[in-house]
Design a protein around this ligand. Structure first.
Ligand code: SAJ
Length: 411
């Protein structure tokens, strides 16, 4: 059988490679010609452990090929972005475009799966869109248990940095739009997924995915709020949390400089957008986490003010530990704001990148240095990311300096 994967990004490409590695003929589709060209040359357009070798192997075996428009296949997996718009609703235009292009090559017996994280109801809506494009075929929103084309939602749940492992080992939630659709989708995932496939309806699957990330967001907000309360009282939040977590039913997450990445800071808004009056806690957690970088910034600026010509060292720019991903990073936001204030020399240590991003380089005050130099020359040390590379910093090297350990790795 053949599968057409639409959108060759962080989810689509690993999924395409996993299917191809397991003997399925895969056509990958992407609107970006550079992505198509790179993949056809056997290369991955972004860094993810074990992805490059999977792509080059699949392309060399002739199982994976990339192109600009969908081709006829037995199953279609849509894995395009669903970004947050200014008004905090989901931008479904990429899904709509993908649906329009898939619709042109659909035939009776095909399966269409939406993997993109979406607000509840989107996959049922997708079935309706397909019906509008192809009045000659029947779809599950209208045809009950015997549609010509089956439609399902199977949200991705992999952790960036562990995608190739988790895509195989995670349990999958598979939600069908009508009778039989989830079962049909399960047979496709069983080709490579070793985790369990949990069958449900599409809207429940959409909500389950959003709930996972909202759960994490609310819990991180709780930790961040505790941290501010402890600052106010003048005690160490890390100590408080470590002690509280010795209770058998308490497991508080770690405070940090804010929540970054492209999932946890976005998905809860899809819930709020769907049921604003019912989701006060989820919204408030989002606001607490969004305000967190500016709180940290304020504390650092206040402390730096006590020094004449302060040298500030910031450790880490990535959105979380041990990756090079700077997108939506609270650390990058804090460092950029510090640089723009021109308080003095700003030393930045980020072992996972080779040069400062333009936004920082343009300020003219930030220098990328190694961690030892940064700590040695600084009056104020601000740890922003819990990279393993920062754990070994000698406590003696921090002596006499103002230290902000926003991740609590040194206490
Ligand atoms: N963070 C804290 N304190 C913590 C834990 C995390 O401040 O105790 C921060 C991190 O530093 C980072 C942010 O939260 O800035 C998010 O990091 P993360 O590791 O929690 O999650 P992501 O965004 O890399 O991936 C999440 C995962 N979801 C869950 O763990 C419920 C992943 O499984 C999803 O597939 C992914 O979102 C997604 O694509 O939705």
């Amino acid at each position: 059988s053949t599968v057409c994967v639409v959108g060759l990004g962080y989810i689509g490409l690993p999924t395409a490679a996993a299917l191809a590695t397991h003997g399925i003929d895969v056509v990958g589709v992407d609107v970006n010609p550079a992505t198509v060209e790179l993949i056809n040359a056997g290369r991955a357009p972004f860094v993810e452990p074990d992805l490059a070798v999977a792509v080059s192997g699949a392309v060399a075996m002739g199982r994976l090929r990339a192109t600009g428009v969908p081709e006829s296949a037995d199953a279609f997996i849509i894995a395009v972005p669903t970004p947050l718009q200014e008004d905090r609703t989901a931008d479904l235009s990429y899904v709509r475009d993908a649906v329009a292009s898939v619709a042109t090559v659909l035939k009776a017996g095909d399966l269409v799966i939406l993997e993109s994280t979406s607000p509840p109801g989107t996959t049922v809506e997708l079935s309706r869109w397909l019906g509008k494009h192809r009045p000659d075929l029947t779809f599950p929103h209208e045809a009950g248990d015997a549609p010509d084309v089956r439609v399902a939602h199977c949200p991705e749940r992999v952790l960036p940095g562990r995608t190739m492992i988790e895509i195989v080992t995670n349990d999958r939630v598979v939600g069908g739009v009508g009778e039989g659709c989830a079962e049909h989708a399960r047979t496709l995932y069983e080709v490579f997924a070793k985790g369990e496939c949990l069958l449900t309806d599409a809207t429940t699957a959409e909500m389950a995915k959003l709930s996972e990330n909202a759960f994490r967001d609310v819990n991180i907000a709780f930790a961040n709020e505790l941290s501010m309360v402890c600052d106010h009282v003048g005690i160490d939040a890390g100590d408080v949390i470590a002690l509280a977590n010795r209770h058998p039913r308490v497991d508080i997450l770690r405070p940090g400089p804010g929540v970054g990445g492209h999932c946890i800071a976005i998905d809860p808004w899809f819930i709020v957008g769907t049921a604003p009056r019912q989701s006060r806690l989820i919204r408030l957690a989002r606001e607490v986490n969004d305000e967190r970088p500016d709180y940290v910034l304020g504390e650092v600026v206040r402390t730096a003010g006590r020094f004449k010509d302060p040298v500030i060292a910031c450790l880490g720019l990535a959105f979380k530990a041990n990756i090079d991903d700077l997108r939506e990073s609270p650390a990058l936001h804090i460092v950029t704001q510090l640089a723009e204030r021109q308080l003095g020399r700003l030393l930045v240590a980020e072992p996972h990148i080779r040069g400062l991003p333009d936004s920082l380089a343009q300020t003219g005050v930030a220098e990328l240095v190694d961690v030892t130099t940064a700590v040695r020359d600084a009056d104020v040390v601000v740890l922003l990311v819990d990279h393993d590379a920062f754990r070994g910093v000698k406590r003696t090297a921090l002596r006499g300096k103002a230290v902000f350990d926003t991740r609590g790795i040194w206490s």
